[in-house]
Design a protein around this ligand. Sequence first.
Ligand code: SF4
Ligand code: SF4
Length: 428
Amino acid sequence: MQTAFTPEQLADPKIAEANTILRKCVHCGFCTATCPTYVLLGDELDSPRGRIYLIKGMLERGEAPTAETVKHIDRCLSCLACVTTCPSGVDYMHLIDEARAKVARKYKRPMVDALLRRLLAAVMTDPSRFHASVRLAALFRPMRHILAQVPFLKLLAAMLDLAPASLPAEEDVTGRHPAQGRCRMRVALLAGCVQPVLGPHINSTTVRLLNRLGAEVIVPAAQGCCGSLHHHAGNEDAALALARRNIDLWADADIDHVVINASGCGTVVKDYGHMFRFDRDRAKAEAVAAKSLDIVELVAKLGLADAKAPRPLRVAYHSACSMQHGQKIKRLPIELLASAGFEVVEPFESHLCCGSAGTYNMLQPDIATRLRERKVVNISALAPDIIATGNLGCMTQIGQGTAIPIVHTVELLDWAMGGPEPPAMRAG
Ligand code: SF4
Ligand code: SF4
């Protein structure tokens, strides 16, 4: 793709990077076929290629983007299916990150939109604030259908829709958890912000499984949000501040790995080196990124020799976008589940996003709901006993549209290693 940046613009290293990315695109359009928003909406401007054109124009002009450009950028799920598909290796992930940062810096959003985004960022990056807000949301939930009729309160209704009616009991995993038997390695677990509130058993299950496999697990009280929510909203400074806190903690800690059991967070942690490329802490960030693993990567490293599914189950495996496109982990969870004795099946259109995408299901509820419905139809066609996935966001999103129990992959692996039956199955 031809670009027309001035030498002054190219002196900015971020623009120079964007220029290199843009020039790789050869307009072939292969990416459109796997882009969820293009598949649903059929609008070129809601395809990767169309967005690349819009981003090019926005960066070249250097002015505040138009509302039309922001609309199409906002509709992007950052699912990265286009990155997997692109034969030219266009680094769309870092291009859309730069575009969102530019939008955050230059575009003045309508007041309600701006307020809701600020509210989401404040609430979802802090477990205690998130816990309090979910309890509050439960009180207002009966009003969501009324709110949904008021155009500027539609997003608030979408947030209430996703809030669970009740919360599971808290399970605090902060601290040091020794390995069973010989200690083979020491790891730090990123507990997350939303997960300790909506799915606290995922962290305790992760700790139990890793301990059983010979890993000592540390969950430092001082660690916090990975920064992904701010990063995807274009709030660079806030994202870097949160990430830096974790990097300072993990870089010098006596650990072999940082383990992450929410693939959305893992994609960002593994990209810390890039996020800090112009920062004094670049080397530390790169070191942390290099020792970060998704939980399935760590389990595979430790080995699951004695795993045995307690009973025959047909598991529909949903691969989160951040897992398959962001981290390029596609077969490993399936192989682990199969080696543990589960029958694993994959839905049609497994490459397409379920609509969760961080806060996307709250900010773009119409598209997110259509994507969920499509995903649930494809999963249900497999008639599975259970759905497994490696990202809490997908569990919440898909779980809203089906009665089939949905669990984190680690719950099934732990169960096959002698742990308790996953709570979602006991409830079903
Ligand atoms: S597939 Fe790659 S090269 Fe082709 S239009 Fe899409 S981004 Fe550009
Ligand atoms: S990240 Fe996903 S939604 Fe965004 S352009 Fe690429 S395929 Fe489409």
